[in-house]
Design a protein around this ligand. Sequence first.
Ligand SMILES: [Zn+2]
Length: 255
Amino acid sequence: MSILTAVPSHAEEWKEIKDKHFVVYYGSAMSSEEAGRLLRQAEKYYDLIARQIGYARYSNFWTWEERVKIIIYDDQAAFMAKTGQPAWSKGYADRHPKLFESKMIVTYRQEQEFFNGLLPHEISHLILHDFLGPQTSVPLWFDEGVAQLQEAEKRAVADRLLQRLVLEKKQLPLPVLMELDIRREKNSTKVTLFYVQSLSVIDFLLTQYGSDAFARLCRQMRDGKSFAEALRLAYGHSFDSVQQLEDKWINSFRN
Ligand SMILES: [Zn+2]
């Protein structure tokens, strides 16, 4: 089924509510209060993430007709029927080139976990891809690391888990993490490790060196540099290789 059939048509009964960067389309299962709460959350996450990764100062063109569309189906059955998504899928902006281009988050009405998890996750992906530009193929670990930054409690969980894994020397070497294609990985321990470690390395860069350096890193990647080159150029005084990043990241658990 074409992704474009996910877009609400005028024949269906959709209500809409919009603010500066987002427009929410919702069906009859959602109250206008709930839609309003969703919209406020989305705007809040936009501000937090844009500031955190240093995007805010460079770009602000998610407004007016460029607003991101958040499409909320009434339930999972309607979502699956319209989008052709499998039952395990809770929604996507994730890695769908058409959706990144058209700036859409398509999902269905869900409980609280949506507000704390999927919503900030997908908004972060969209901001990052906007920041790096459509021509940049974003490394998977980098993409997923950034996407998890605003997911409630994820950082604390990643920290606790890695604290132990690093002591036992069970973390993935960074060059392995950076090459892992998680979409083909069948080992669930490795999948978990991929997500927590991606988040931890991104979090380390941001908390230790700040948003400005991170924004420089993104700009270099946008200009076509590999992560390793971009790292050297953006953080020259701190690391000149992925190995040095790995050493300092590991050391951060020994304090
Ligand atoms: Zn993701």
